[in-house]
Design a binder for this molecule. Structure first.
Ligand code: PLP
Length: 424
C-alpha cells in the first residue's frame, strides 16, 4: 500500500498532483496523506483484534494537530514527552485516559498538569522522578498511576542516536533493579502502580531485539504480580522500523512483530500498550522541494534545492537514507547520474542525499523526498532565518494547508530589541 504513486507521469498524494500543490503553496513543503495514517493505524489495530490493547501514537514523530485529530478520530491514544505534547493531544480530542507520559526529565509543573488531565500512566524513568511525582500527587490529594520504564539491556541494533535500550544510555531503570524500585514505589503515598514499560529504540528492522526484550519485560511483570503488585498493562514501547530504501531487506511486518510480542505477553492477562510513531508516520508523508541550481564541482555534481537540513535534519543527524525522485517522471531512457542533493544552508552537513543516482534535472524541477512523514517537520528549525515550511494534508481529492509558512515579519517580530538598545 502506498498513497504516493505516479499517475500519468506525475507523482500524486492520493488523488492530488504534488505539482498542483507546489504551484499554490510554493516549495518546499511537507505533504501528508490522511489515508496513509488511517491505513497504518487500522492495519496495526486489526492484527491485535481480540487482544485488549491501546496504540499510543508517539506523537513526537509528527505532532501536527491535523495528524493528531486524524488519529484521535480513529481511537488512538498518545505517548507524550512534554506538557506541550500533552496539550496538543488534549486539544486534538484525545481523552486523558488514553495518554501515557514518557521522558527522563518531567518537571513538577508538567506532572501537575498531567495529573489534572487524568492521564493513563506516567512512565517513570528514575527514582528521583518517582519521589517527586509522589509529592506532586499528594499535594493534589491524588495518586499518580505509574509504570517503571525498565531498560532491558538489549541492543536494538539500530543507529546509536536512536538506540535506547542498553545500559549505555540515559533511558529507563536497569531491569535488575526494577523489583526493588517497584517495592519502593508501592510504599509511596502518591503512587499507584499500574504497569511495566520499555522502549528499546527506533527504526528496529530485526525481530530479535523485540523478542529478547519482551521476554525480559514479561518475566518482570510475572514476577511483580507474584509479589502482589497489581498490574493492568504491559507497555512494550514503539520502534518497529519502516522501509526507507526499497532495495534493502524489508523490516518485519506488523503481523510478524505481533506474533513475537504475543508469544511472551499472551498468558499475562494484561492490556498491551504500544508506543509506535514512525510506523504510522514515516511513509505517510513526503517533502517536496524545487531545484534552484545544478552546479558542477570539481569531480562532483551538486543539485542545490530549496529544502535544507533545517527542514529535514535526518540525513545530517542520523545518516538517514531518504529516497529522492523527480515529481515529474523522467523521459524514458533518461540517463542517471551521480549527484549530491544539498540545501542552501551554510554548513557542509547540509545535504539530503549524497552520491545518489538521479535523472538529469534543471532549475525549477520538483523533487520528492520520500518517507519524510516522521521526525521531519517536528525537528525543523529556522536556522539561517529560513521560515518553517508549510505542511499540507491530502484526503482523497481534497487538500488543505495544515500549517502555514510564517511571514518574515512574524519571524523578525518574535525577537525583542530592548528599548535601551534601539536606534533613536
Ligand atoms: C520516540 C519514542 C517512541 C517512538 O519510537 P518510534 O520509533 O517512532 O516508534 C516510543 N516511546 C518512547 C518513549 C519514545 O521516546
Amino acid at each position: 500500500m502506498n498513497e504516493f504513486t505516479v499517475e500519468g507521469g506525475a507523482l500524486h498524494a492520493e488523488k492530488v498532483a504534488l505539482a498542483d500543490i507546489a504551484r499554490e503553496v510554493g516549495t518546499p513543503f511537507y505533504c501528508y496523506s490522511r489515508a496513509a495514517f488511517e491505513e497504518r493505524y487500522q492495519t496495526f489495530s486489526s492484527i491485535f483484534e481480540g487482544t485488549p490493547h491501546l496504540l499510543c501514537y508517539a506523537m513526537k514523530a509528527n505532532s501536527n494537530q491535523a495528524i493528531l485529530t486524524t488519529l484521535a478520530r480513529l481511537g488512538a491514544g498518545m505517548d507524550v514527552v512534554s506538557e506541550g505534547e500533552l496539550r496538543r493531544a488534549l486539544a486534538a480530542g484525545v481523552p486523558g485516559e488514553k495518554i501515557v507520559f514518557s521522558g527522563v526529565g518531567k518537571t513538577e509543573p508538567e506532572m501537575a498538569f498531567a495529573l489534572d488531565a487524568g492521564i493513563l500512566c506516567f512512565n517513570v524513568e528514575s527514582e528521583p522522578e518517582l519521589e517527586h511525582l509522589s509529592q506532586v500527587a499528594v499535594a493534589k490529594g491524588t495518586r499518580a498511576r505509574i509504570s517503571v520504564r525498565v531498560n532491558p539491556d538489549v541492543d536494538a541494533g539500530t543507529h546509536a542516536k536512536i538506540s535506547t535500550g542498553t545500559y549505555a544510555n540515559k533511558f529507563g531503570i536497569p531491569i535488575d533493579e526494577a523489583p526493588r524500585v517497584y517495592e519502593r514505589a508501592a510504599k509511596l503515598p502518591g503512587i499507584e502502580i499500574t504497569g511495566v514499560d520499555m522502549h528499546i529504540g527506533s527504526q528496529i528492522t530485526d525481530l530479535k531485539p523485540f523478542d529478547r526484550a519482551t521476554a525480559r519485560l514479561a518475566a518482570l511483570a510475572r514476577q511483580l504480580m507474584g509479589q502482589g503488585h497489581k498490574l493492568t498493562h504491559i507497555d512494550v514501547g514503539g520502534g518497529l522500523g519502516v522501509v526507507y530504501q526499497r532495495d534493502n531487506r524489508p523490516p518485519p511486518s506488523p503481523h510478524d512483530y505481533a506474533q513475537t510480542i504475543l508469544k511472551h505477553t499472551g498468558g499475562l492477562g494484561l492490556k498491551l500498550v504500544f508506543e509506535h510513531g514512525r510506523l504510522l508516520a514515516a511513509n505517510s508523508g513526503v517533502l517536496v522541494t524545487s531545484v534552484i541550481y545544478v552546479k558542477q564541482g570539481a569531480g562532483k555534481r551538486f543539485v542545490i534545492v530549496d529544502a535544507a537540513m533545517n527542514d529535514l535534519i535526518r540525513p545530517t543527524l542520523y545518516d538517514a537514507y531518504h529516497e529522492i525522485t523527480t515529481v515529474q517522471s523522467p523521459a524514458t531512457g533518461a540517463k542517471l547520474g551521480k549527484v549530491d542533493i544539498v540545501g542552501p544552508v551554510c554548513e557542509s552537513g547540509d545535504y539530503l542525499a549524497q552520491n545518489r543516482d538521479l535523472p538529469p534535472v534543471e532549475s525549477g524541477d520538483l523533487l520528492a523526498v520520500h518517507s519524510a512523514g516522521a521526525y521531519g517537520a517536528v525537528q525543523a528549525g529556522e536556522y539561517n532565518t529560513r521560515p518553517l515550511i508549510p505542511e499540507v494534508l491530502v484526503d482523497g481529492e481534497r487538500w488543505a494547508v495544515v500549517r502555514a509558512r510564517p511571514s518574515y515579519e512574524a519571524m523578525i517580530r518574535a525577537d525583542i530589541v530592548p528599548p535601551w538598545l534601539a536606534l533613536k
